[in-house]
Design a protein around this ligand. Structure first.
Ligand code: FES
Length: 379
C-alpha cells in the first residue's frame, strides 16, 4: 500500500511518514535520523529551551527547534547543514561559558590546564576536572561540534554548592538551566519540589523558598539527578570517587518491593557504587524511588549476615546451613505437634522475589498446614 503523501516530510533527502501531531524530532527519531537534544526529556512537555535541536526547514525564515515544531506535509528538513552546525556550535559555546564547565574542550593548545580550569578545581576542592567528566551530554556535544568556548568569558555563578543534602549535591555553577530536572520532578514524578526561581542571570532552580532540598518537599527519588545532562546534580556518594569509565553496568530488578523496577547497577572493583533506572525497560522506564536509587549500602555492609546463626542459650553462634535448617524443622514441627498448625505463622518479605514468596506460601499452607502467612515490608 502506498504511503499517504499528505503525511510525509523529507529529512536529509529521506521520505519520512509522520502521524498528525508529531514533531520533527519525533519523526526523525522514528526514522533513525539523529538530531541532538539537551533540554528535551522523554515523556515530558517539550519546552524548546536549549535550541540544540535546531534544524533548517526550507522556506522558513529562521532555524526551528525540532522538538517543538510539528511536522507538516511537504516540509524539507536538513538536520546537519552548515547553518545548523554553526548555530549549534554557538549555543554550545554560550552554555560552556555560562558556568564551571572545565572539561577539556575549552581548548588548551599547550596541553596544560587553563587558568579557568585550575580556578574551578580550586572551587571544587578537587584535583580532577568536572565530576561528570566522561558522562556529560554537554561535553559530548561540545566534542561533536568542536565548541571550545574560547570566545566568551566564563560567567561567575553567585550561588555556592549545596552539599548538605543526604544523597544529592547541587552545583549551580554547572547548571545550564535546561529545565529537565524541573520537568522530571513536576511532570514525571509529580513531586513538585523544585522550580525555576529568580530572573535573568540570577536564574536558579529553587526548592521551597530557596531552601536546600533536605528542607523542602523533595523525597530524594533522584529523578532530577538522572535527568540532569551535566554536573549540576550528582549523587553524593559517587562524586569525585569513581569515574564513569571505571564502572561496568549490570541490569537487575530492584529488590525493595513487588513492582519490579528495572535498574542498572554501576560496579567498580566489585562494589556497587551507583544505581540508575533503566530508561528502556518497563515498568519504571528510568524512574526509581529513594530506596531503589540510593538504598544500596546494605550490599557491602559488614553487618550483613553471611552465615546462618543458631542460638545456644543466650548466645548466637555460626552454624552450617544443614544444622540451621535442621533446627528450623525441629522447632516448627515441635510447635505444630504440641499446639496445632495455627500456632505457627510465616512472615514473607516484599524484598524477595515472587517465586520465593510463592514457595513460602507453599511451605506454610502445604507443609505446615496453616494459612497464617503475611509479609512485613521492613524485613
Ligand atoms: Fe529542542 Fe532543547 S532539545 S530546544
Amino acid at each position: 500500500m502506498g504511503e499517504d503523501r499528505q503525511n510525509v516530510i523529507i529529512i536529509n533527502g529521506n521520505q519520512c511518514a509522520f502521524e498528525p501531531g508529531e514533531t520533527i524530532l519525533e519523526v526523525a527519531r522514528r526514522h533513525d535520523i539523529d538530531i541532538p537534544t539537551l533540554c528535551h526529556l522523554k515523556g515530558a512537555t517539550p519546552t524548546g529551551a536549549c535550541r540544540v535541536c535546531v534544524v533548517e526547514v526550507e522556506g522558513a525564515a529562521s532555524l526551528m527547534a525540532s522538538c517543538v515544531t510539528p511536522a507538516s506535509a511537504g516540509m524539507v528538513v536538513h538536520t546537519e547543514s552548515p547553518k545548523v552546525v554553526a548555530a549549534r556550535r554557538l549555543v554550545l559555546e554560550l552554555m560552556l561559558a555560562s558556568g564551571n564547565h572545565n572539561c577539556t574542550i575549552r581548548g588548551a593548545d599547550d596541553g596544560d590546564w587553563t587558568a579557568m580550569q585550575l580556578k574551578v578545581m580550586q572551587e571544587d576542592q578537587a584535583e580532577v576536572l568536572c565530576p561528570v567528566w566522561g558522562d556529560c551530554r554537554l561535553q559530548d556535544l561540545a566534542f561533536r561540534y568542536q565548541a571550545t568556548a574560547q570566545r566568551y568569558d566564563r560567567a561567575e555563578t553567585p550561588y555556592p554548592q549545596e552539599l548538605v543534602n543526604p544523597f544529592i549535591v547541587r552545583d549551580f555553577s554547572r547548571c545550564i538551566r535546561c529545565g529537565r530536572c524541573v520537568q522530571a520532578c513536576n511532570e514525571v514524578q509529580v513531586n513538585n519540589a523544585i522550580n525555576f526561581g529568580f530572573r535573568g542571570a540570577a536564574l536558579k532552580i529553587v526548592a521551597a523558598d530557596d531552601r536546600p532540598l533536605r528542607d523542602s518537599d523533595c523525597v530524594f527519588c533522584g529523578e532530577c539527578v538522572q535527568a540532569c545532562p551535566v554536573g549540576a546534580l550528582v549523587e553524593k556518594g559517587v562524586r569525585y570517587r569513581v569515574r564513569p569509565w571505571e564502572t561496568t553496568r549490570t541490569r537487575t530488578t530492584c529488590s525493595y518491593c513487588g513492582v519490579g523496577c528495572q535498574l542498572d547497577l554501576h560496579v567498580a572493583d566489585g562494589r556497587v557504587v551507583r544505581v540508575t533506572g533503566a530508561e528502556d525497560a518497563a515498568p519504571n522506564y528510568g524512574s526509581l524511588c529513594v530506596k531503589g536509587r540510593f538504598g544500596f549500602d546494605f550490599i557491602h555492609s559488614p553487618e550483613r549476615l553471611t552465615k546462618p546463626l543458631v542460638r545456644d542459650g543466650d548466645q548466637l553462634r555460626e552454624a552450617t546451613w544443614d544444622e540451621a535448617l535442621d533446627r528450623v524443622v525441629q522447632g516448627l514441627a515441635a510447635v505444630r505437634d504440641s499446639h496445632g498448625a495455627d500456632a505457627v505463622g510465616v512472615l514473607c518479605s516484599a524484598r524477595i522475589t515472587n517465586e520465593e514468596n510463592y514457595l513460602l506460601s507453599k511451605l506454610a499452607r502445604a507443609a505446615l498446614g496453616t494459612n497464617n502467612i503475611d509479609h512485613c515490608a521492613r524485613l
